[in-house]
Structures are given as C-alpha cells and as structure tokens.
Design a protein around this ligand. Structure first.
Ligand code: NOJ
Length: 655
C-alpha cells in the first residue's frame, strides 16, 4: 500500500484510485468506469459523499465526462507552513496529499483532461484542468456536471442564489431533498451520520461562481450563467476553481479549517504595504436619516462634516474615516441613476484636498468610496483614473459598492456572480494592488480565499449586514454567519452601533453584543459604524473596547456553539499575549461555562468583561449591561450570561 493511496487499474478505461489525507482518515476515491469519471468521499470509513459524477458540458461539442482512458497518475505530498499578512491565524499549515489523474479520450478527437485531487485532514478539494491541446483551443462551458451526492436527509443551512439582493438573505434550514432552488455556497450541511460539511469553492477566477441545485435527487453544481445562458468562455489551458468539501465532527470544526486559503497561491509580489485598520464613517447618519448621500440641505459628505469627523476620529483613537457621497452623481434616486457616477469629481461642498490635508495633519486617513451601483461599463471607463485620483491624495483604502440586482456589463444585465462579474471584481483587485490600495467590497463576489494571493483584498460584505437592522435581521442571523458565510472569509458587518434603540434603525441586539461582533465576525478592516457623538456621549465605557480590539489575530480557538444558536470563541492578538473572548446567542438567553485552557500557565490575567445584565433583552432592555474586572488564570472556569439577542466580550491582559 502506498503512502498516498492506491491505484487499482484494471484496464485503460477502468480504474479506481484512492487519495488519502495525511492522517489517512479522509479518503477520496476516483473512479473511471468504462471511461466515465466519478468520485466518492469517506471519513473514518463512513460515507460523506456517495459516488458522484464529474465532468464539464460544452456548447457545440461532446461533454468532457466519459470516453476517457487513463494516461497516468501522479502523486505528491505537501507539508508547508506560511505566514499570513493578516487574518484569524498568523501561521498556517498547508498539509495534503495530491493526486493528478491525466485522462485522454480513447476515441477521436482524443481530448485531454486532468483531474487534480487534494486531500487534507479536514476535507477534500479537486479541480478540472484542461490543457492546451491540438483539437481544442478554447471552451464554451454550457454546464458543469460535478455532483456532491450527500445524504438527501441531511440538514442544510442556505441562502438562495439568483435573487435581486445577491447574498443578502437570511439563512434557512432545509433538508437537502427540499433544496428545490439553487443555493449559494458555502453550503453547510449536517449529515444524519453526525458530520458537518461545507461545500464551497476556492480560487474563483474567470468562471461563473458555483451555486448548487438538486438534480435527480443529488446536489449538483449550477455555475452562474451569463446573459446568453452559457456558464463560461475560456481559452486553454484553463483550470476551474477548486471544488471543496470541508468535513468536521461538529459545526465548530468547520470554522477552524484553512483549506480555502491553502488552495490559493502565495502572493506573487510583496504586499508588506497592506495594513488592517479600523474606521469610522460619514455613513450611519445616512441610515438613521440625519444626512443624505445626495447633495442638498442634509448632505453628509461636506468638507465641514468631514473635518468634524476627523477631529472625532483623532479624539476617539480611530485611525481612518470613510466618506460616502462625496462624489458627483448621487442625485435623485441614486440606485436608478448609478450610471451618472463620476469617480474623480467632488460635489461643490466637498474639497478632497482640504479634507485629506486636514486628515494627514491629524493622523487620520480617508477611506475612499466607489459606489458603482453595478454600472460596470461606467465604472471601468473611469476606474484607473479613479484609483490614481485617490492615490494622488494619499488614500490607501477604498470601499467599493455594487448595489442593484444585476450588473451592466457590455451593455447587458449580468449576475454579479457570473463569469463577467468575477472578471470585473478581479480587475479591481489587481488594479488596486498596482496603486497600493486596499479594498473593502460591498455587494461583492463571494470569498474563495483569493485574499491569500491578493492580501490587499481586505474584506467584503456578501451577506446581510447591520444596515438591514430595523426589522430585517433576527438575532439568530449573526449566529448563522460563523458557520456559513464566514467560512468564505472576512466580512464587513459594520459592527459597533451603540445607538441600539434609535427608532429610525433599531438593532435586534443588546448593546454589549455590538462589542462581541468584533470578535465573532472577523474583518481586517473593521468599522466603528456609529456616529462619533454616540461614542463620545452615550457609551464611553463600551467604546473603549471598540477602540482597543485588534483587527488581526495570532490564533483563534472556537469554544462552543451551534448553527444559528450561538457562537463563542477566543482569539489571541497578533504577536501579543493578550487574549479576547467573545460570544453571541440567538433569541434565547444562554449561560455558558467557559473552560479557559489557552492562557500562559500560572500567570494572572486581568479580564475586563463587557456583558449583558441579567435583565437585558434585545427587545425591551437593550442597554442593560455590566462592565467589570476580575482575575482569570489558566484552568479557570468563567461563567457568562448572554441575554436574548445578547452577547459578551472579554479582554484578557497579563497582570
Ligand atoms: C450598500 C452598501 O452595503 C452600504 O454600505 C453603502 O452605504 C450603500 N450601498 C451606498 O453605497
């Protein structure tokens, strides 16, 4: 028996190949059965994915799915360790066994296809590689045939695909057999045999994003189509994104996997210029109706307001300020008029030079804003100039936005997550890197780990964020995110709204839960989203936590939680001995017993605790909270109470 697995080759068109994880517990079996390709996955001898079809269907050509013979198979073992520029974990191990199966059609046109499998201790990944070849120069993909035949009685938590609000929906639990419409990935599934799995993709480039749909009772990839119905137009050689299945024993296991990042390449250039940050914004005042994006009497982005907010950032210790609505084009119904946006011209009441000079003099940098409203043709025509414009004023961060149900690309309406959408987002990331600019993308393409290769892609929205509060978010929503959306990478949830009772935009949270979000929802660009006067006057005791909490972590340890119910975790600050613990619950109150076994032994830590009071409630007593200090040592138990819709945050610092 070989270290990697075994090839049982019966003939050229019949073969079985096993690829084993480094600890041998996860086994992916590739099958060639009379020329047809398929795979299945087991963990500890239990079936995770039953025999599932592989293949790619093409326009005007036979599918790449059967008629194959094996040319050769090649295996290798990789065990690398790499350091992230920022993230939830500083040092990451990338350890897997890989097998590439080289196939050739046994009859003319004798097309070539390679399947590359990587098996990790925490899951499996594979992709299709189509080499340059005499009989095929390019491909028009009409469908991808990849199946993920999980037990149809499994529970799943999903958001629907192809909807007007992109990824911004509440997660719903369905048995897999009831998933009649396409759903986005990452798709989280709990099998009747007790495993939790997440089906997703890594390294999505130049291809439609994968959604999943039931087909003959099995989950099957449904690649987002272009407006002409095709899924992708590619030149050869071409590799599809990795198809990934993370496998855990409980939902918390999924959160510790770094497989998606590991499947992406190391950066090809130096990104030591990237720097996580915290920022306030001329922003929430628009949501609570005090100011407007568009010019007029209540215009938010004026020179005067920006200078006042810069003063506030300086006084509060927040290093950056987002300004939305400074540019020309927001008039009237800005969602309708998005094609008018000018990205290098300010409104008459905003002076970019005065504001950025004032910011520089006060140690506060600006986060620029590009709201494209999905009018990509308009944006791309100005994009390079717009990046140069920001660079000229020393602006290193841009929040981009793609509001609108579809994009306008080449004059046609396309899905954000179609191949053309993916290509556009990629263009912005590469152009931003060229100008040393870091991005926070709203209405983004979902995360597939490309921030490993492009660490200037700091964060994205890509799920319902706090701007949906005021009725459209239930407390359970943020308890779904760690096990679903956040498996795809960091999220700009815009935490830190302490004016939780505001009648114009009421939060379904207690006030301390707003602090917990800085821990439970990772983002290297983290917003202090409320207005400065709230931090200065309403809750200075809580703001202190928002100011101090780090935006990158040495390591992260999930402590307890269940999908949609709760999530509690500990994070060690980057290159520091400080630890932070945070937790959130759904509509139900919870008392949790935390066993602290990650601190340095025999050392006293001062724990500053921000928690819900016993009578706090997200509906009628949101402000009830307690701030207290106590000494905690390794081996201690700490009991924490979380009110309905509540949460807690703790900072631990060596005494
Ligand atoms: C939607 C974004 O999510 C939000 O943060 C932004 O303020 C608006 N679009 C306007 O760009």
């Amino acid at each position: 028996m070989s270290f990697f697995g075994d090839l049982f080759k019966k003939s050229k068109t019949d073969a079985i190949y096993e690829v084993k994880s480094p600890n041998s517990r996860v086994v992916l079996t590739f099958m060639l059965d009379r020329g047809q390709i398929s795979y299945y996955v087991k963990k500890d001898d239990k079936v995770i994915v039953r025999q599932s079809r592989l293949g790619i269907a093409l326009k005007d050509a036979a599918p790449l799915a059967d008629g194959f013979g094996i040319v050769r198979a090649y295996s290798r073992m990789v065990d690398d360790t790499w350091k992230a520029y920022w993230g939830e974990q500083h040092v990451i191990r990338n350890n897997y066994n890989e097998t590439a199966i080289y196939l050739e059609e046994t009859e003319r046109p004798s097309r070539l296809l390679t399947l590359r499998f990587r098996v990790y201790d925490d899951g499996v990944a594979f992709r299709y590689e189509i080499p340059a070849q005499p009989e095929m120069k390019n491909m028009v993909v009409s469908d991808e045939l990849t199946e993920f035949a999980v037990d149809a009685n499994s529970r799943s938590w999903s958001i629907p695909a192809y909807q007007p609000d992109r990824y911004e929906y509440e997660y719903i639990e369905h048995p897999v057999h009831a998933l009649t419409d396409s759903v986005h990935t990452p798709l989280t599934i709990a099998t009747p045999t007790g495993y939790y799995i997440s089906i997703h993709e890594a390294a999505l480039y130049n291809y439609g994003a994968m959604t999943l749909k039931l087909n003959n009772g099995n989950l099957k990839s449904d690649i987002t189509p272009l407006s002409d119905g095709m899924r992708a137009y590619v030149e050869l050689p071409f590799s599809t994104p990795w198809r990934t299945i993370i496998i855990g024993h409980d939902a918390l296991d999924l959160t510790t996997s770094r497989m998606i990042l590991n499947l992406n390449d190391a950066p090809r250039e130096d990104f030591s210029w990237v720097e996580p940050t915290k920022f306030m914004g001329i922003w929430w005042a628009m949501y609570v109706g005090e100011w407007t994006w568009a010019p007029g009497e209540r215009h938010g982005a004026t020179t005067e307001h920006a200078m006042q907010y810069i003063d506030a950032c300086k006084n509060l210790g927040i290093p950056a300020l987002l300004v939305e609505g400074w540019n020309d084009g927001w008039e009237g119904d800005w969602l309708e008029n998005g094609a008018n946006n000018k990205f290098c011209e300010a409104t008459p009441d905003f002076d970019m030079k005065i504001v950025t000079d004032y910011g520089r003099a006060n140690g506060v940098e600006l986060v620029g804003h590009h709201e494209t409203v999905g009018f990509i043709d308009n944006y791309e025509a100005q994009m390079e100039d717009a990046f140069k414009f920001y660079q000229k004023y020393g602006i290193r961060y841009i929040k981009t936005g793609y509001a609108g149900s579809k994009m306008v690309i080449n004059g046609r309406r396309e899905f954000h997550h179609s191949q053309l959408g993916v290509l556009h987002y990629q263009k912005t990331v590469e152009l931003a890197a060229k100008y040393h600019i870091m991005l926070d993308i709203h209405e983004p393409i979902k995360g597939t780990g490309i921030e490993r290769t492009y660490p200037n892609l700091m964060t994205r929205e890509g799920a319902r964020g706090q701007e949906y509060e005021g009725g459209a978010i239930q407390p359970s929503h943020a308890c779904f995110l760690p096990y679903t959306r956040l498996l795809a990478g960091g999220m700009d949830y815009t935490p830190g709204i302490l004016d939780v009772t505001n009648f114009a935009k009421r939060m379904s949270t207690t006030i301390t839960r707003q602090l917990a979000y800085y821990l439970t929802i990772y983002s290297p660009m983290q917003m202090a989203a409320d207005r400065p006067q709230i931090y200065e006057n309403m809750a200075p005791d809580l703001f202190e936590f928002i100011r101090d909490v780090p935006v990158k972590w040495e390591r992260t340890i999930p402590l307890l939680g269940e999908v949609g119910k709760s999530f509690v975790l500990a994070r060690q600050a980057w290159e520091s001995s400080d630890w932070y613990i945070g937790g959130i619950t759904n509509e139900e109150a919870r008392r949790v017993d935390l066993y602290i076994d990650f601190l340095e032994p025999q050392v006293n830590y001062v724990a500053k605790i921000y928690r819900d009071s016993e009578d706090a409630h997200y509906r009628d007593h949101q402000l009830g909270h307690v701030v207290e200090e106590r000494i905690v040592r390794n081996g201690d138990h700490v009991e924490m109470y979380m009110a309905p819709g509540g949460g807690f945050a703790i900072k631990l610092h060596k005494q």
